[in-house]
Design a protein around this ligand. Structure first.
Ligand code: PRX
Length: 638
């Protein structure tokens, strides 16, 4: 089973194959010398200061890095810019004016090409429409949209006027949506009638309406007509407005808000090991410099490229690398809506052939899924326009890496296995095209990033030994805080390991060549098909059902999704975990969280292992599951 390879760390560490880049890759590469660039990156201020010169600033910064209030680091202080101005406006007086900025394609084969000039007008109209609804700089706008063109447009329109967007992945259900919108105190929600998924249309407006009932702060819901399915707009309070009606007649010019480099750009919620989802806050200047620089370095973006990141914009991967970075670099970015295997498992390869995609970036879970259908699908299409491949989201097992390398990369294309997080904003540990690759390793920290594997006391662990992955120095796109919760920011990331370092929450190993092998989370966070889900969120979804007294969940290895949920349930007096109850519980969790919370197994138990203070010891459950000695379980990270 593929996933067992990932979990069995001895296999990863005995993986000795090394793949060198071909001459064509080296000749074209934006950065030709990996080692030299990493040396250059050691002078943080000089390195990032030089990179920042590539972008437009209304006023230049006075200081590249301000560490005076660490861990509340500031970047490019005194600088004034606007990320939408950089992503859209600045291209319209250049040769890129009529170049396609966004290529929207869906599983039904529909397409829409939006040029930079068209994007400029659309963004401005929505920005003006939002202003008309009273949205001002610093306000939060909730976004619950499918992968339709209006999703990137909405992000860009908010950023243009300095409103913070808070997008929620459209696979989340109303409970999860409402919780996030309430925390962000969003007063507007942009949603749509529906989304296409595996041949059917999912009505998003219904879900948004349910969430609205739990969100007293939301005043207006802007509804995009995307699928043309019927939705209920008859609300008497006047809260619903069609997107088209809102922007109709709005001017196609809108002055960009001159944002301080440290003004907030967006909030994006992610799961932690305990409690509610965390509102990761990203700011403007450093995020722009970090995302665009890393995309250019790692995926070697050149004029004329067609970049495709298959993630959803509702996650950080889409924010950084479908919307902001590619557009700030003036490239063409693909926005794909639908499943990877509909109408058949050749869909993605067909799109690559049809449009001539040059760089393709996806998740290991998608590769493992498509792998099951065999080689015939990728081999049926001409994939020769591709120059580089990439993955993100969870460790990629060497078997899936090799399949991707052989069948999609034709044994020529380097695979950029990028390790990063919602919090980091950008790739952190990743090869660049000229790096020698080892299947399953994200290789080394990027230039300007200093990472290490340490024990609980912060001492570097010996080669090959597991430890906590930490980042030792600040980087421009780092999260600045957790929204409305600075204490939790300090506690979660900076007070875990001594030495003022950022703790990622991952277990990693470094090999004798200094290559990093990410082994998975060290905390109670699940990775299901590339989606990060907190155990406590799933547990509260279970206990919201009448029959459940207590619940504890852990990750259950899965050959395709990496993990699914295994739930240990204490049921109320006299209840039995019958097949009917299991179906109900699945429904309940789906209702509370969304279809992304995939349950692999449920078992009824009488007691759960707990600490003296009553905290569930999921580590014990995990150890039992693997047949390990419970006493030894801490050895994995120490
Ligand atoms: O455990 C790591 C895993 O995904 C986590 C971050 O999840 P999220 O914030 O949702 O962002 C995902 C996309 C950036 C990390 O803590 N992860 C991400 N990339 C990799 C990875 N694990 C191994 N290899 C990767 N390339």
């Amino acid at each position: 089973m593929a996933n067992e390879i990932v979990k069995d760390t001895s296999v990863l560490l005995t993986e000795k194959r090394m793949f060198e880049p071909g001459n064509e890759v080296i000749e074209k590469a934006n950065v030709k010398n990996w080692k030299a660039e990493r040396e250059k990156g050691k002078d943080l201020e000089a390195y990032w200061g030089e990179k920042a010169e590539n972008f437009h600033w209304f006023e230049k910064w006075n200081k590249v890095l301000d560490e005076s209030e660490k861990p509340f680091y500031k970047w490019f202080t005194g600088g004034k810019t606007n990320i939408t101005y950089n992503a859209v406006d600045r291209w319209i007086n250049t040769a890129k004016r009529n170049q396609v900025a966004i290529l929207y394609v869906n599983e039904r084969g529909d397409e829409k090409k939006i040029t930079y000039y068209e994007l400029y007008k659309e963004v401005n109209k929505l920005a003006n429409g939002l202003k008309r609804l009273g949205v001002k700089k610093g306000d939060r706008v909730g976004i619950y949209l499918p992968m339709s063109p209006e999703l990137p447009v909405s992000l860009l329109a908010c950023a243009k006027i300095g409103a913070m967007h808070s997008a929620v992945f459209a696979g989340f259900s109303e409970g999860a949506l409402a919780e996030r919108l309430n925390d962000a105190e969003a007063k507007i929600l942009i949603t749509a009638d529906g989304t296409y998924r595996k041949g059917s249309v999912i009505n998003l407006k219904n879900i948004a309406d349910e969430a609205f009932l739990q969100c007293p702060i939301i005043e207006t819901m802007i509804v995009v007509k995307h699928c043309g399915n019927e939705v209920n707009m008859s609300d008497l309070s006047g809260k619903d407005i069609w997107y088209d009606n809102l922007i109709e007649g709005e001017p196609s010019e809108c002055e960009p808000e001159k944002m301080d480099a440290e003004d907030p750009l967006y909030i994006l919620y992610t799961s932690g090991s305990t409690g509610k989802p965390k509102g990761v806050l990203h700011t403007t200047g450093g995020y722009m410099v970090g995302t665009a620089t890393t995309l250019k370095t790692v995926f070697d973006i050149h004029d004329g490229d067609l970049w495709w990141c298959s993630a959803d914009i509702g996650w950080v991967t889409g924010h950084s690398y479908i919307v902001y970075a590619p557009l700030v670099l003036g490239t063409t970015t693909v926005v794909y809506e639908g499943a990877p295997d509909y109408p058949d498992p050749g869909t993605w390869w067909k799109i690559i052939e049809k449009y001539g995609v040059t760089q393709f970036y996806t998740a290991p879970t998608a590769i493992r899924h498509l792998m099951r259908f065999g080689d015939k699908f990728p081999n049926r299409y001409d994939l020769s326009t591709l120059r580089l491949l990439g993955t993100v989201g969870e460790p990629i097992n060497p078997e899936a890496w090799m399949w991707y390398y052989k069948n999609v990369g034709k044994e020529k294309l380097p695979i950029m296995d990028t390790w990063w997080q919602t919090e980091t904003g950008t790739f952190m540990i990743s090869p660049i095209p000229v790096s020698p690759l080892k299947p399953g390793s994200a290789t080394k920290p990027l230039p300007g990033i200093e990472a290490e594997v340490v024990d609980k006391e912060g001492n570097r662990v010996p080669v090959g030994k597991g430890g906590h992955l930490i980042i030792k120095t600040p980087w421009p796109a780092m999260l600045r805080t957790l929204y409305k919760n600075p204490d939790r920011y300090v506690e979660t990331y900076w007070n875990v390991i001594p030495g003022g370092v950022y703790t990622a929450g991952d277990i990693a190993r470094e090999d004798e060549d200094g290559y990093f092998w990410i082994q998975g989370r060290s905390d109670d966070v699940l990775q299901i098909a590339g989606h990060r889900i907190g155990t406590s969120e799933v547990e509260s979804a279970f206990v919201s059902h009448d029959a459940v007294a207590e619940a504890a969940v852990i990750g259950k290895p899965d050959p395709v999704r990496y993990e699914t949920i295994k739930a240990f349930l204490i049921l109320k007096e006299g209840k039995k975990l019958t097949p009917d109850l299991m179906t109900e519980l699945k429904k309940q969790v789906r209702h509370e969280l969304g279809a992304l919370a995939v349950i692999g197994e449920m078992v009824q138990v009488d007691i759960l292992p707990k600490t003296r203070s009553g905290k569930i010891m999921r580590r014990v459950l995990r150890a039992r599951e693997k047949g390990e000695d419970e006493g030894d379980i801490s050895t994995l990270v120490e």
